[in-house]
Ligand binder design. Structure first.
Ligand code: UD1
Ligand code: CA
Length: 449
């Protein structure tokens, strides 16, 4: 046997009925990334020679997601889902001629880490395989690892088939296994559905191996890492564990989180050094925050790049394509979408900047907006460096404001403005002396309350 060769099989064909969802279970996200993608990435980190993903036929989305994530993966179809053993059997054509260790992963166990998988593969060497076990605070529906007097793994019993004594065992099956390929091939066809669920249990291969004198080793994992998601409640538990990990990572990398438990990350959030994140901030996918930036309280960011020393919020929203360059500021109740805010530029209050470029040092007044959408198409607004846009201006795109130009407050700008010009596009002010006093007099005593 070639000890270094690894193949990975990921099981994703189960129906996930306990989620009560139209979305297949394994596509539910943790940290804004589908559980299936988490598991594929963990397996891929071990550089497997082959990668097989077992999908069902009831939900084409799982197959589509699997091929989109890993075009090189071999997709095996299991229909109907008749248990984890049957699922692995469906992947055996993808393992033909493979000699080494087959790593079996469940797509509903999203927090598993590559390092743990490496330890498991090591534990399998010289044995029929190894199972990743863990001690559960509440073993619930997990399969139980039954040990012999010498501490060797005898078999795995599923919760539904377990005796009261077996249910009291707190050593559980994570579902992750490393199995010697030849043994796996010989064992799978011999499984039988003699159990409470009438399913082919993969876990039955342990007792089989033992009967043949080879036996399985047990490697130990952390309960948090091997959490299996079967319900929305477990999904939220996985999300919490994921978030806790990310918060610790961000702080270890030099960011200050004033109240970590109120900051939410995505799988791909990048946070630099000396970034300060105030409480209650949401990072959707595709966000990067450069060194020294400050994200103030109650801000919502997705698909955005925040440059060095820039400031966001409080109460700001950065949508996909927002880019803040060095030292730019986006303040309260400001929304930015598909727009670059140049170096040192300020959009401090109540503004909407969409499909736009804002030059360096430009100042966008309170309540100014780009009117980028006409009901059919999106159009761009270009604002030159050092321009000053007065409060409550509406810039009707496509339009450009020249470098250093001023736009008067309350203007509706529909034509391009030259560099260094002033554009005023609003009704002229008219004053009628004494009008208010006369009006009040005429209405005296007639106020409707
Ligand atoms: C399984 C284990 C249990 C372990 C637990 C860990 C078995 C028999 N039981 O139970 O010992 O403690 O995981 O979380 O293996 N799947 C298929 N095809 C099927 C059935 C399942 O592809 O026919 C896939 C599912 O999509 C899922 C994974 O296998 O990703 C596990 O299936 P699930 O039904 O959730 O197993 P558990 O009851 O949780
Ligand atoms: Ca499960």
């Amino acid at each position: 046997m070639d000890n270094t060769a690894i193949a990975a099989v990921i099981l994703a064909a189960g129906q996930g009925v306990r989620m009560k969802s139209d979305l297949p279970k394994v596509l539910h996200p943790v940290g804004a990334k589908p559980m299936l993608a988490h598991v594929i990435d963990a397996a891929a980190a071990l550089d497997p020679r082959r990668l097989a993903i077992v999908v069902g036929d009831q939900a084409p989305q799982v197959r589509e997601a699997a091929t989109a994530l890993r075009p090189d993966a071999q997709i095996a179809v299991q229909a109907p889902p008749r248990g984890t053993g049957d699922a692995v059997a469906k992947a055996t054509p993808a393992l033909e001629g493979f000699d080494g260790v087959v790593l079996i992963l469940y797509a509903d166990t999203p927090l598993i880490e590559p390092q743990t998988l490496r330890g498991l593969v090591k534990a399998a060497h010289g044995r029929a395989g190894a199972v990743l076990g863990f001690r559960a605070a509440d073993p619930g529906g997990y399969g139980r690892l039954v040990l012999d007097k010498a501490g060797g793994l005898e078999r795995i019993v599923e919760a539904k088939d377990a005796s009261p004594q077996e249910l009291a065992i707190d050593l559980c099956n994570s579902g992750v296994m490393a199995v010697e390929a030849a043994f796996l091939r010989s064992a799978l066809p011999r499984l039988a559905p003699n159990n409470a669920k009438n399913e082919y249990y993969l876990t039955d291969i342990i007792a089989m191996a033992r009967g043949e004198g080879q036996g399985f080793a047990v490697a130990f994992g952390d309960e948090d890492e091997v959490l299996g998601v079967n319900s929305r409640i477990e999904l939220s538990a996985a999300e919490q564990i994921f978030q806790e990990r990310r918060r610790i990572l961000a702080m270890a990398d030099g960011a200050t989180l004033i109240d970590p438990s109120t900051v939410y990350f995505s799988h791909d959030t990048q946070i630099g050094r000396d970034v300060v994140v105030e409480p209650n901030v949401w990072f959707g996918p595709g966000v990067s925050i450069a060194d020294g930036a400050r994200i103030r309280a109650f801000s919502h960011l997705e698909g955005a790049r925040v440059g060095p020393g820039a400031q966001v919020g409080p109460f700001a929203r950065l949508r996909p394509g927002a880019e803040l360059q060095t030292g730019a500021r986006v303040g309260n109740f400001v929304e930015v979408k598909a727009a670059t805010i140049g170096e040192g530029a300020k959009v401090n209050h109540l503004a909407y900047i969409g499909d736009a470029g804002v030059g360096a040092r430009a100042n966008i007044g309170a309540g100014a907006i780009t009117c980028n959408y006409d009901g059919f198409g999106k159009h761009r607004t270009e604002i030159g460096a050092d321009a000053f846009i007065g409060s409550n201006a509406a810039l009707v795109a496509p339009v450009s404001i020249g470098k250093g130009a001023y736009v008067g407050s309350g203007s509706v700008v529909t034509r391009n403005v030259e560099d260094d010009a002033l554009a005023v596009a609003r009704g002229r002010q008219k004053d009628i002396p004494g009008w208010a006093a006369r009006f009040r007099k005429a209405h005296e005593g007639k106020r409707q309350e």
